[in-house]
Design a protein around this ligand. Structure first.
Ligand SMILES: Cc1cc2nc3c(=O)[nH]c(=O)nc-3n(C[C@H](O)[C@H](O)[C@H](O)COP(=O)(O)O)c2cc1C
Length: 291
């Protein structure tokens, strides 16, 4: 059938992914047996600890030989945006220890709503109105391939004041966290297992306020762009993640992205069912440990 004859709905529900892309998505998942693979865990441990590797990584810069070079102008600290961006970037860091008190729902609300939002429903500071289509359409605060915005944000509440422990979807339209499932001790232990907390013990799981999970609805872009769209899910997620990193410290929070998790356990709690609904990133957040 020609593309034009397909109904819009048919067009959008066909995920248009090739076998290679499907296999690639599957290959990105971590399974429980990976933890017992000595090569997998030992290589990460060795790279993390080897001083020679650390030293080599410090100055990573592609070698291009002798080229004519133009020094960039000195940063203009009289420009407020430059000053704040430099400051936020400099202060940004990964925090793996948190203080014991519950994360405030108020702080979490602020963080989510500035990290990822629809331009048509944000309270703007004075003098930032835009009268073009950006304001009317559902554009968001991040660039996104073709404006398809494949990323959905979820929150696993472990210890956040004012809301039950559980899995939530961050609804940008209604500006709310919508409860998918409450957690008891068994679910919390299962999530701890999904992050391999017992075996790797790299994050202060017991004191974390929660985990922001970024997911990609691959079909949202792939019906249009095919395999290439897989990358767009990660690019959008990176933009949101960086916003979270830049803002967390300003809200007295610590945060740490966590790439090691058992995908299928976390997917289960989010209710992600198909192979084209993927986890693209996750970030632990909690109160800053001031000790
Ligand atoms: C995609 C991604 C995955 C990460 N995964 C882990 C992880 O599994 N464990 C961990 O301790 N840190 C993880 N980090 C944090 C990095 O180790 C950290 O960003 C890096 O060492 C630089 O340190 P900084 O963020 O404090 O500047 C991850 C960061 C990113 C962006």
């Amino acid at each position: 059938m020609s593309l034009r004859k397909k109904s819009v709905r048919d067009l959008m529900t066909d995920d248009n992914l090739g076998g290679e892309a499907r296999e690639f998505l599957e290959s990105l998942k971590t399974y429980e047996y990976s933890i017992w693979d000595y090569g997998f865990t030992e290589k990460i441990r060795m790279v993390n600890q080897d001083p020679e590797i650390k030293n080599l990584l410090k100055d990573n810069n592609i070698e291009l030989g002798n080229l004519e070079s133009f020094a960039l102008s000195k940063l203009d600290m009289s420009n407020e945006a430059i000053k704040q961006f430099a400051r936020l970037g400099y202060l940004r860091e990964s925090t793996r220890l948190f203080s014991e008190d519950a994360l405030s729902f108020e702080a979490l609300s602020q963080l989510l709503q500035v990290a990822y939002f629809n331009k048509n429903n944000i309270d703007l500071p004075p003098n930032t109105e835009r009268s073009n289509e950006q304001a009317e359409r559902l554009f968001k605060n991040i660039a996104s391939g073709g404006g398809m915005y494949p990323v959905e944000v979820y929150y696993l509440s472990l210890n956040t004041s004012g809301i039950p422990k559980g899995a939530y979807h961050y609804n940008l339209k209604s500006k709310s966290l919508d409860l998918l499932q409450e957690f008891g001790a068994a679910e919390i232990a299962d999530i701890c297992k999904a992050y391999m907390c017992e075996t790797r013990s790299i994050i202060d799981f017991d004191n974390a306020g929660g985990i922001i999970v970024l997911t990609g609805m691959v079909h949202r872009g792939s019906f249009k762009y095919g395999n290439k769209s897989v990358i767009f899910n990660y690019i959008d997620s990176g933009a949101i993640m960086n916003n979270i990193y830049l803002l967390a410290g300003e809200l007295n929070m610590g945060c740490c992205a966590m790439g090691g998790y058992l995908d299928d356990i976390i997917k289960g709690y989010l209710g992600l069912k198909t192979n084209t609904q993927i986890i693209t990133g996750s970030i632990f957040i909690g109160n800053k440990n001031l000790k």
